[in-house]
Design a protein around this ligand. Structure first.
Ligand SMILES: NC(=O)c1ccc[n+]([C@@H]2O[C@H](COP(=O)([O-])OP(=O)(O)OC[C@H]3O[C@@H](n4cnc5c(N)ncnc54)[C@H](OP(=O)(O)O)[C@@H]3O)[C@@H](O)[C@H]2O)c1
Length: 356
């Protein structure tokens, strides 16, 4: 039987800001299922800052590959339900995660590595939480936050921690993990509503909107005695402010640099890198996908905190596959809060994407 699926494709590369016009949604014929493959009906698909880097003609060296034009966008996390299985270990009705998102139906080969291994087809234990949570705290987002704190920053008792983009998917988890482990935590984000969320809902010790003045001044008034750990989601002026505020033997978990993803030409790096020498600092980049050994541990820890109501988690859910590009644009512009997801298969009346 011939089946068709709808998928989002990139049709031109953004020179500056990405818009929905850089994409199209088309219907394609699916290949016959081969041995070792499953057909998945996707329920939710992820919207990640990293996608912006993959829209460039060349993605940064060593990173995920640039997406080809006019082809399915392989390498985007998704969760769904198995409709047909020709793969041992997977049955009809299984809820799975995989890396063939931004389409409604996906033919997935069991064992094929995607998203550095995070996106390899896996059956989900939905007793831990609903499927979409595996695109958040029970999956890659939780792992990223956990690895960044525990492995990259080597969090130590008494550390004062600053988390940037703290109202986002990774940042909101990282900030709360540090808080739940007894640290003083400062969060920053891009609006007054998000600052309120950080203080009132996530119960951080201090928070600021980075639009309210120079980041260095805002940080130093939130942390007059300095910080020991900076969980960097932003790069640029945020990293520069952290370098000037870190105390001796401070550590930076370099998770991402979203302020640079849409820039063209030379990236504005911190001008004060010498502070790393002056204060014995450690700056360590990391990727969740190269720390998969901690996935079970982070999911158990965060799942337990979620179930017990100790970890708060918001999602911005956009309905309709065709709105995935719009959701990406909104997320990059800071218009979403928590994890940005697209729910596939239900199209409701059009509402602008807004998280707070
Ligand atoms: N290392 C890894 O394995 C790994 C894995 C996943 C994600 N990441 C990185 O982690 C970071 C957060 O990812 P996420 O998925 O959790 O996304 P997210 O935080 O949910 O969404 C991105 C947020 O970044 C903020 N932002 C956008 N432009 C900014 C700018 N110029 N300056 C400051 N903030 C800006 C926006 O919030 P505001 O309203 O606060 O501006 C936006 O909501 C990204 O850098 C991403 O690349 C790394």
């Amino acid at each position: 039987m011939t089946r068709t699926a709808r998928q989002v494709q990139l049709i031109s590369r953004p020179e500056r800001e990405v818009t929905a016009a850089h994409f199209r949604v088309i219907e394609v014929e699916l290949p016959e299922l081969r041995n070792g493959q499953v057909l998945v009906r996707n329920l939710f698909t992820s919207v990640d800052p990293a996608l912006r880097l993959q829209l460039r003609p060349q993605a940064p060296g060593g990173y995920f590959r640039a997406f080809p034009l006019n082809a399915a966008l392989d390498g985007i996390m998704s969760v769904g339900e198995v409709l047909v299985s020709r793969a041992a270990g997977f049955g009809v009705g299984d809820v799975v995660s995989h890396g063939w998102g931004w389409r409604d139906l996906a033919v997935v080969s069991a064992g094929a590595v995607s998203v550095g291994g995070v996106g390899t087809l896996a059956r989900l234990d939905t007793s831990l939480g609903p499927p979409e949570m595996f695109l958040g705290p029970l999956g890659n987002m939780g792992l990223t936050a956990y690895v960044g704190l525990v492995r990259a920053a080597e969090l130590r008792d008494g550390d004062v921690v600053w988390v940037s983009a703290a109202a986002g998917a990774v940042g909101s988890i990282a900030a709360q993990v540090a808080k739940l482990r007894g640290h003083r935590v400062i969060g920053s984000a891009g609006s007054a509503a998000k600052v309120e969320y950080l203080l009132d809902e996530l119960r951080l010790d201090a928070a600021f909107d980075y639009h309210d003045g120079p980041v260095l001044e805002l940080l130093q008034s939130a942390a007059p005695d300095g910080i020991d750990v900076y969980f960097d989601n932003v790069g640029g002026d945020h990293l520069q402010a952290a370098l000037a505020t870190l105390r001796r033997s401070g550590r930076v978990a370099m998770c991402g640099a979203i302020s640079e993803y849409e820039l063209v030409g030379p990236q504005p790096g911190p001008t004060n890198l010498f502070q790393a020498v002056a204060n014995d600092l450690t700056l360590r980049g990391f990727r969740a996908s190269t720390n998969l050994d901690l996935l079970g541990e982070s999911a158990r820890l965060l799942g337990g905190w979620l179930a017990g109501g100790r970890l708060r988690y918001r999602q911005t859910i956009v309905d309709g596959l065709e709105r995935a590009p719009e959701a990406l644009v909104a997320m990059l512009a800071g218009e979403t809060v928590g994890k940005t997801l697209v729910r596939i298969g239900r199209v409701e009346a059009h509402r602008p994407v807004r998280g707070v």
